[in-house]
Design a protein around this ligand. Structure first.
Ligand SMILES: [Zn+2]
Length: 574
């Protein structure tokens, strides 16, 4: 399948609109299209009546000037086209499926853009193969430019030993090279990178880190855990142009998967500016709801009463992101009792509870939800406690739409606090299926019952916002929807599902990726449904996700992605 690139789609549309529009567009925004969708399955939204979900279907949809201009019966929509004297592009769905644009409620957008530019080394079967990839990349890079990559794993090689700098020195003699291991907990540098970082024989191993050395104590090229920071510090921060390019790359990637919107969890003010520019010029291919990182947000003036917004709301800052604890895979998630597979270890809190409370107070005072990363049951409890202390109890949190990001392992006592306090559980269904091989070892049979507890949270009356945590996982929302309704890996294992009691219905999953994700960004009146007056974010698939078997969802092809009335992606052959 060859995709029409977003840029070329825009140029084609601009040409259709005539040269004057094109000229205007160069200076301001890419053109918005008038689109008339008909003759297919069009899901306007998922309604919720007393916890029972029902799909609302319409016959036709008109997009005009970035908004839904009409939605409903075909005759009525055609009457509106005539009344407005429009000549929209007729999108004959021919039985295909259109739905409110899919939103990833937790995706690291800028990171995705950068990761797409890094060498992908996952699955490399020898260090020589990695060096070959680096040598190819070096041909296209300027002298001195850093070459970065990730994904190598010496466990896949014939000699299961850490590699050395030499091989990379030969592959890219003029460029510093920095390649992270598959788990991100070690990295492989060439001599140029080590020299720029000032890592020499005399450099001591830092706390919590190790520099691999030869018999004479000279660094051999691989740095482990905290020692990786020695080189990370030397990697130049991306230029404005590189940041901009990364955001565009991420948007193009998201559009191919049918994502129209993303909640970007935690950015600094430089990234805010880059988003702002791209949104104002109409170039941002994705609607981005951003959380400021707590460190940025706590600076004076960073939480203005009038929220930062650009491009008619295509980009906006809506919340603040903090971290309670680490991750489960590396046993950094804070647990109330020892890790089942590591007695004596309960993980760690990365932010003192008092600081979380200070953030929560500032957020309450300025009208921003606080969104706290919490994985372990202790991490979650500490975050919930901080929220309640800051608000003076559950009543003070009502309607504030505070969130917990991941909410991955919950103590049975804490689970009802989400519904009671109006706290949104922002969860990533693919984490459940990716963690499946080792999560029960870490947590033990009893504690795992409170993990990935989507169904229990929904039944308790809490609201779910669903996402992927890309680039940790793939941005492809089909994978998240599938994982949410099956708790199985894409290969269908285990047959009954890993957490069979937590399966969502397809409509519940779609809500989590549309209207409830919109609610979690204070945008439920603008996106998440196809209703007259709302922003025109639409995703088209070749089959009706609400009626096919789960395995078919993985085969569904994204045909078209419309963001704010702009066709950002269209599959070839439509
Ligand atoms: Zn994340």
């Amino acid at each position: 399948m060859v995709a029409t690139r977003a840029v070329s789609t825009r140029v084609v549309i601009a040409l259709l609109f005539g040269i004057s529009t094109l000229v205007a567009c160069v200076a301001t925004a890419a053109p918005r299209a008038d689109l008339y969708f008909f003759n297919g399955r069009i899901l306007a939204g998922v309604d919720d009546a007393g916890g029972k979900q029902s799909a609302r279907w319409i016959e036709a949809l008109l997009v005009h000037d970035g908004r839904i201009a009409a939605a409903g019966k075909r005759a009525d929509v055609e009457a509106e086209i005539a009344r407005l004297q429009l000549k929209p592009r007729r999108v004959d769905l021919a039985g295909r499926f259109a739905m409110p644009g899919l939103c990833d409620a937790h995706g690291h957008f800028a990171s995705l853009g950068f990761s797409l530019d890094r060498l992908q080394l996952r699955g490399a079967t020898s260090p020589e193969q990695v060096a070959q990839i680096v040598a190819e990349a070096a041909k296209t890079r300027a002298k001195g430019e850093w070459i970065q990559g990730r994904g190598w794993d010496q466990n896949l090689w014939a000699v299961k030993k850490f590699p050395t700098a030499e091989l990379l020195d030969r592959a890219a003699p003029d460029n510093p090279v920095w390649l992270r291991r598959v788990d991100g907990h070690a990295a492989w540098a060439n001599s140029k990178a080590l020299a720029l970082a000032g890592v020499t024989r005399g450099t001591p191993d830092p706390d919590g880190g190790r520099i691999e050395r030869d018999a004479d104590g000279r660094p051999t090229g691989v740095l482990v855990d905290n020692a990786t920071r020695l080189v990370e510090r030397a990697v130049p921060t991306p230029s404005r142009e590189q940041l901009r390019a990364a955001l565009l790359r991420a948007g193009e990637n998201c559009a191919q998967f049918g994502l129209t919107a993303v909640h970007e969890p935690g950015i600094d003010s430089v990234t805010v500016e880059a988003f702002r520019e791209l949104a104002n010029s109409g170039e941002l291919p994705t609607r981005v709801f951003a959380m400021l990182s707590a460190a940025t947000a706590m600076r004076p003036g960073m939480l203005p009463a009038k929220k930062i917004t650009a491009g008619e709301g295509l980009f906006r800052v809506f919340a603040v992101k903090a971290y309670a604890d680490g991750a489960l895979g590396s046993r950094g998630a804070a647990l109330l009792a020892d890790y089942s597979d590591d007695p004596g270890n309960r993980g760690l809190l990365v932010t003192p509870p008092d600081s979380l409370e200070i953030y929560a107070r500032a957020c309450l005072a300025h009208g921003y939800p606080l969104c706290t990363h919490a994985i372990g049951d202790r991490g979650n409890r500490v975050a919930l406690d901080a929220y309640e202390r800051a608000a003076g109890g559950a009543a003070g949190l009502q309607g504030k739409r505070f969130r917990i990001e991941h909410a991955q392992v919950l103590s049975p006592q804490d689970l009802p606090r989400f519904a009671r306090d109006g706290i949104i559980a922002s969860m990533q269904p693919t984490h459940c299926t990716s963690d499946m091989p080792w999560a029960p070892d870490r947590l033990g049979a009893e504690r795992v019952k409170g993990a990935y507890a989507w169904r229990q949270l929904l039944n308790s009356g809490a609201r779910l916002a669903l996402g992927s945590d890309f680039p940790v996982e793939s941005p492809d929302p089909r994978l998240g929807i599938y994982a949410a309704i099956t708790t199985q890996k894409p290969d269908g294992t285990p047959p009954a599902g890993f957490r069979p009691g937590e399966k969502l219905t397809i409509l519940e999953a779609l809500r989590g990726f549309t209207s409830d994700a919109a609610y979690a960004a204070w945008a439920e009146h603008e996106v998440g449904r196809l209703e007259k007056g709302m922003r025109a974010d639409v995703t088209v698939f070749d089959r009706d996700l609400t009626s096919v078997a789960p395995a078919e969802i993985l085969k569904a092809r994204c045909e078209m992605t419309v963001v704010d009335g702009r066709v950002e992606y269209e599959a070839a052959g439509r």
